[in-house]
Ligand binder design. Structure first.
Ligand code: GUN
Length: 689
């Protein structure tokens, strides 16, 4: 089975990195090279050019490998290999049509001591043999070194950068981040290395940690430097290839991994399983399905001659590793990477501790804030409840959005003004939504009986107002029934009176109890339709405030008298403001909103008066004719950003004269808007022309 060779990418695109899908800091990307696109996150198998346990061509054809890594220092030191590589190129030498990355000899200096090559020499050599991505000669910062020794290593690596970039003459180059176990040195290294024109930043010096399974240390290293690396450059975890580390690393923003483990473990008769390693001798039944072992029993594999056995074990190890990476990519695409990280964390005690450090933010708040800010809040799928769900960045971002932007209405259902903190609250708990279907009778009865009343609902990830009952992710959580019970920790707002009411309660019994508890009765009676209109109104006001960062009171004044067109299931389809303009439509799939041109214009006016903080992107003159006609804003055409962009949230687009030219949904954060040079930055809903 031969897979076609890749097409070289357009010259203009070589070295660019594009994000095509994401879940917070985890990204599905495309890195453009002379030998095709490398889809990330991915694992680069290490090829020892002297011992090719699996043929590189087979890796391309049968394992879907798009990029591999080999060692230029080893090739250079062998007369035969270096002659062939210089004459025919490294792709011919290895018989691999995809992208080839080479390392520089740094790892050999760590293993064997001094090596005989200068920084420029090894770059020159990598250029001569035609690699796609070369590596400068960095200094390996061992984790057992002290602060001063580690600092010298960072400085020495930085000092070699300029000459390495110069010698590379445009060849794509890795600029490794060193700094041992010292967060401040890792940060310093990331900042300084980022200032040079490298294409990829590997995080180096971590192999000894992985060999001893010191995952908490690894997590601390990544969190001290990852957010300081430009988003336009993939980040590689040098020497990390164990599948149980893929999910957590990808969740932290790692794009590339490399591994010799598939071959090294095979030589020791060890199998890489997605959950850890197993010895062949201990296996009597295959515990996981694989193409490689489809026709073999464990006993048959055990009885193969050594060379043959090593080869087949290596193939199994590579197959499992590639499959686990595919599973991680799927989790990213489905917005479930943190769910998967939590599940994987139970596979190794050290991984469990590392995951806990990360989710508790007990080490580096800045990094986790960075993850949270890049997280989409509105997802169209539900989430699966887990023990640590409230610590997942996606859930934290949703909770923060609600607590930062939500306010109680100014009037109750009867039109009485109510001061903040003076509301009487009924907290519905114990039942899963949709509450408008399950608890409508109870709620309407209570609403009609009492003044100054707000209804809130307990969800497993926090308390929400009843009028936001369809807001994702709060409304879309799957899990056992007791997760919907009252949670004291979520009660953070101030109120006059509070009663917790189980959603299955009998209305009359609750009314009696509330009267006894001092809830003030009303003498008015409203119809179900009037009550529904009140909740509809505040659903729209509050969603507009949440998603467009419009001041709540301004939203309330603007939309209090809005009218609606409803669909067959009685859900609002279109919202018209008091002058009859269609300004937005609620999105049924995730509880969000979609603006219309009129709505976007109004928000733009509010933003000029500082009443709305909706983010605004100013695009390059060249992009204006396209964007104003409704084409997407592409990276590379953004001049500046005001406000805070969040993937999945609405934003406005203006030209150089500060005229509104379009509105849409953004796909990036502020730093990505400036740093990325390829891909879609804003999916435009409508241009103004
Ligand atoms: N391979 C594994 N770790 C490293 C490192 O720190 N630097 C380089 N160049 N290669 C590595």
């Amino acid at each position: 089975m031969k897979r076609p060779n890749p097409e070289p990418c357009r010259e203009n695109d070589i070295g660019k990195f594009e994000i095509v899908s994401r879940d917070g800091a985890a990204r599905i990307g495309r890195f453009y090279t002379n030998h095709g696109v490398v889809n990330t996150p991915t694992l680069l198998p290490v090829i020892n050019p002297n011992i090719r346990t699996i043929e590189p061509r087979k890796m391309w054809d049968e394992f879907g490998v798009e990029c591999l890594i080999t060692n230029s220092y080893i090739i250079r030191n062998s007369e035969e290999l270096s002659k062939k590589a210089i004459d025919a190129g490294v792709h011919e030498l290895l018989n691999f049509p995809g992208a080839i990355m080479t390392d520089s000899g740094t790892f050999q200096s760590y293993v064997y001591g001094d090596i005989e090559v200068e920084p420029e020499e090894i770059i020159e050599f990598q250029k001569r043999i035609g690699v796609d991505i070369a590596t400068m000669l960095d200094v390996f910062g061992k984790p057992n070194l002290d602060f001063d020794q580690s600092k010298k290593i960072v400085e020495e690596t930085v000092s070699r950068s300029e000459i390495s970039i110069k010698s590379a003459e445009g060849m794509l180059l890795n600029g490794p981040i060193q700094g041992g176990l010292f967060p401040e040195l890792r940060a310093l290294s990331a900042e300084q290395m980022s200032s040079f024109d490298f294409s990829i930043h590997p995080i180096g010096g971590i192999v000894p940690l992985m060999e001893k399974q010191k995952y908490p240390e690894l997590i601390k290293i990544i969190s001290s430097c990852r957010h300081l690396i430009p988003s336009s450059r993939p980040v590689h975890l040098f020497g990390c290839g164990h599948p149980h580390l893929f999910a957590i690393s990808v969740a932290m923003g790692i794009d590339l991994f490399d591994s010799a483990a598939y071959a090294l473990f095979a030589r020791d008769d060890r199998l890489i399983m997605p959950w850890g390693t197993e010895k062949l001798e201990n296996i009597s039944e295959w515990p996981t399905a694989s193409k490689t072992f489809f026709e073999y029993s464990p006993e048959e594999v055990k009885s193969l001659p050594k060379a043959e056995r090593t080869k087949i074990l290596a193939e199994f190890n590579l197959e499992i590793s590639m499959k686990e990476m595919a599973r991680v990519r799927e989790a990213v695409r489905n917005g479930k990477i943190w769910e998967y990280v939590e599940r994987k964390s139970t596979e190794h005690p050290s991984l469990e501790i590392a995951t806990k450090i990360l989710l508790d933010c007990s080490e580096d708040f800045e990094f986790m804030n960075w993850v949270e800010e890049s997280t989409k809040i509105q997802k169209s799928r539900g989430i699966l409840w887990s023990k640590n769900i409230n610590k997942h960045p996606y859930v934290k971002a949703a909770r923060n959005m609600l607590s930062n932007n939500f306010e109680f209405p100014k009037k109750d259902v009867f039109g009485n003004f109510v001061e903040k903190n003076k509301w009487d609250i009924i907290l519905i708990h114990g039942v899963q939504g949709p509450w408008r279907m399950k608890c409508k009778d109870l709620i309407n009865k209570l609403i009609n009986k009492f003044k100054n009343l707000q209804i809130l609902v307990q969800t497993p990830i926090g308390i929400i107002p009843y009028f936001l009952e369809d807001l994702n992710p709060f409304s879309h959580i799957n899990g056992p029934s007791d997760i919907w019970n009252f949670n004291e920790e979520d009660l953070k707002f101030r109120y006059n009176n509070l009663a917790k009411v189980h959603g299955d309660s009998k209305p009359n019994k609750v009314v009696d109890e509330l009267i006894q508890n001092g809830f003030v009765q009303s003498d008015l009676e409203l119809s179900d339709d009037e009550i529904e209109t009140y909740f509809d109104k505040y659903s729209i006001i509050s969603k507009t405030a949440l998603f467009t960062q419009l001041n709540f009171e301004v939203a309330e004044n603007w939309l209090y008298d809005s009218t609606y067109l409803k669909g067959g299931t009685n859900r609002i389809r279109n919202v018209f403001d008091s002058s009859g303009e269609h300004i937005l439509s609620p999105r049924l799939e995730d509880g969000g909103i979609s603006l219309t041109v009129k709505g976007a214009k109004k928000l733009f006016d509010y933003s000029k008066d500082n009443k709305c903080q909706i983010p605004i992107i100013k695009v390059d003159e060249g992009a204006v004719p396209f964007v104003s006609k409704g084409r997407n804003v592409m990276h590379g055409f953004i001049n500046s950003v005001t406000g805070t962009l969040r993937p999945g949230m609405p934003c406005l687009v203006i030209d150089d004269n500060d005229e509104l030219i379009a509105h849409g949904v953004c796909c990036c954060t502020n730093s990505e808007a400036i740093e990325l040079k390829k891909g879609i930055a804003v999916k435009i809903k409508s241009g103004m022309k």
